[in-house]
Design a protein around this ligand. Sequence first.
Ligand SMILES: Nc1ncnc2c1ncn2[C@@H]1O[C@H](COP(=O)(O)OP(=O)(O)OP(=O)(O)O)[C@@H](O)[C@H]1O
Length: 252
Amino acid sequence: MILTLDQVSKEFGGLKALSDISFTVNKGDVFGVIGPNGAGKTTLFNLITGIFPPTSGNIIFNGTEIIGLKPYKVTALGIARTFQNIRLFDNLTVLENVMVGAHSHMKASIWQGIWRTPKQRREEKAVTDRAKELLALVGIKAIFELSGALAYGQQRRLEIARALAADPEILLLDEPAAGMNESETEDLMRLITQIRDMGKTIILIEHDMNLVMNTCNRLAVINFGSKIAEGNPEEIQTNSEVIEAYLGKEED
Ligand SMILES: Nc1ncnc2c1ncn2[C@@H]1O[C@H](COP(=O)(O)OP(=O)(O)OP(=O)(O)O)[C@@H](O)[C@H]1O
């Protein structure tokens, strides 16, 4: 197992956003988290990535408790994410946006930054080369354009490249298909499978059930902050409580 959530709860004031959520993600999983709007899915990602701590419960990554760690520490340990609302630096180029994602892995100190030692130049070149590889992986060619000039679907793929630049063991994707058309979504499905084949573990929040059922090997269903089911896609699709709470309804 690579990530374990043990009875994790989160309250905001009087609102219980998550109640006693437990599940285990294994290395190489594409683990889906699904459920109606407002169920608590993004809150789950915020807890895993250290945006805020849980009210109670524990989160264990590779045998280490990660509760209370700052987001940059969680990233440095090996968990990177994308956001539901795209968060790119529009005034940086596509390539620079990915290079920013590698920041937590750059070893050269600020003094080396000023004097630009050979070590730093070597490191910079390695980061640039890696960023270009990742952009090729996600299929973006316009690497010297400002990121704001990219089409929406491409911006979502750029976010994935940026998260991968941190070389995470686990990649958290928050609604990566949101706003994508059918062919963009199909490309995304292939990309997710490719990233898994690179040895990464993926946790995916997504409303597109075709994508979820075709890419995930395991799923947890959240409803009103509680986990109502966990299983493989077939088990989830035939679970009557899940159909009642979520799958039977039209989602936006
Ligand atoms: N920082 C916060 N402060 C207060 N309440 C919050 C905060 N973050 C989330 N919530 C509340 O927690 C609940 C769960 O929200 P969350 O965004 O996790 O749901 P979600 O399942 O990701 O929904 P969606 O599919 O619409 O993105 C909601 O009632 C939301 O208003």
